[in-house]
Design a protein around this ligand. Sequence first.
Ligand code: NDP
Length: 244
Amino acid sequence: TVPELRGKVALVTGASSGIGRATALALSDAGLRVAVGARRTDRLSALEESAPGEVMSVPLDVTSYDSVAHGVAQVVERFGRLDGLISNAGVMLNGMILGADIRHWQRMVDTNLLGSMYAVHAALPHIIEAKGHIVQVSSTSGRIASLGSGVYSATKFGVGAFTESLRQEVTTQGVRVTLIEPGFVATELTTHITDANSRRMAAEIADSMRTLQPGDIAEAVLYAMRQPEHVSVNSLLIRPTDQV
Ligand code: NDP
């Protein structure tokens, strides 16, 4: 049976911009009630206004377990259930290892790896109850490491490992788990890089190709969620055609 998405409830973390925002809008368009989590609450309020369906702002910081758990509790209190988690919040603060500001490393591990684990932990009892779906946003950097993105890559390799373990734990309970691995997507992700060389490299990549757009990844999330219940799309690797 093909799952009826209309009326279901999903929480998207990192929904204030880029892939998360586009995914929240696509899920809303598909008839889900969508909770949108991030730190920039002004962006979330704007999303609430512009989405086609019912959207709930959930101010949260994934680096704090209490914050994430409180956010999940708010969603369940309002909607009475949680069918989907799109664990998407992330930061990429690239740079060489030598002389790196280790606070950047801490932020990436806390956000991309631990933050994603926290969201899964807090949401999991509800997702199991609903026989729901967890979508983990990783990256091509979760498969291939490259110069200047060692720590980012380490967090995304970690997300991949955690996701496969999660899948084995919950799949026989009817919970589907999908890992999404995008290549270069045009978002504000690279604008937060403070290392000048890395930021320039990212800008050069963006200028050299037709990059993916956030909506392309939102489509992939919907593809996985729309499959019949006996079909679990375990991973989707999506690169721009122009990206070698
Ligand atoms: P954006 O910078 O546009 O979005 C990142 C989102 O994460 C924002 O909504 C931000 O919200 C949120 N976020 C960051 N830190 C926290 C935090 N501590 N707590 C809660 N939310 C947080 O980038 P993208 O859309 O590109 O990135 C989304 C995901 O996609 C990331 O996991 C990224 O690694 C991954 N990805 C991106 C690719 C790309 O090329 N753009 C390629 C492959 C993967 P706020 O600041 O308001 O909290």
